[in-house]
Design a protein around this ligand. Structure first.
Ligand code: G3P
Length: 220
């Protein structure tokens, strides 16, 4: 995976599911192509296959379970996600938290299936513990800032520094309230390898312009 990266989580926003997921994914691809930046997206399991068919950027599932093929009604199998064309999976998002045992199994299963794993953590010490389960990257997001106006970069820079210190350079994404290129720039200056965000892009009137601004923050 090319670092640094910008990973936009479409969550279950109406502006980012169904047909809108496809058009929003195409905007991300356009920005990636125009700038050369590594712009990735995490989409609903329901939209994964068709989004993967139409864009050529890394597409993530928002969650995968640990079961293999068989009688597992309703589960999201890493093998099926890989088969649908996904590059990776998010795990343990603040809005979909898992216990340690389950998380470790999900990480192992996703990696066995060939998926790139971004595991989320609410704070730096949890990030350190989760890093021990060997995801490819750990994304640290203070839950109280998620979906709000204040960014982790501008209001909680110490969290970024601490996470990088505990987990190691080249392993940490940060997120929560990220809105613009300045937020990205601060996060990278503090040692992060990219950002994870959602509402700043998904709820924007002009996602293309917001993405171009975010990408400008990747340049040192
Ligand atoms: O997955 C990204 C997320 O939890 C942060 O959301 O809306 O604060 O960028 P947002």
């Amino acid at each position: 995976m090319k670092l640094p990266l910008i990973l936009v989580n479409f969550k279950a926003y109406e502006q980012a599911t169904g047909e809108s997921a496809v058009s929003l994914a195409k905007i991300h691809e356009k920005v990636a192509k125009e700038t050369g930046a590594n712009v990735c997206i995490a989409v609903s399991a329901l939209d994964l296959a068709r989004v993967c068919e139409v864009v050529d950027i890394p597409v993530f599932a928002q969650h995968t379970d640990f079961e293999g093929y068989g009688g597992h009604t309703g589960h999201i199998l890493p093998d099926m996600v890989k088969e649908a064309g996904a590059y990776g999976t998010l795990l343990n998002h603040a809005e979909f938290q898992l216990g340690d045992e389950t998380l470790e199994k999900c990480i192992d299963a996703a990696k066995r299936a060939g998926l790139f794993v971004v595991a989320c953590a609410n704070d730096p010490s949890r990030a350190k513990k989760i890093a021990g389960f060997n995801p490819d990257l750990v994304a640290v997001e203070p839950p109280e800032l998620i979906g709000g106006e204040l960014s982790v970069s501008k209001t909680e820079p110490a969290i970024i520094e601490k996470a990088v210190d505990l987990v190691g350079a080249g392993k940490v994404l940060v997120g929560a309230g990220i809105k613009d290129g300045e937020d990205v720039k601060i996060a990278l200056a503090l040692g992060a390898s990219g950002v994870l965000l959602a509402s700043g892009v998904v709820k924007a009137e002009d996602p293309y312009s917001v993405l171009m601004d975010l990408v400008s923050g990747l340049k040192s």
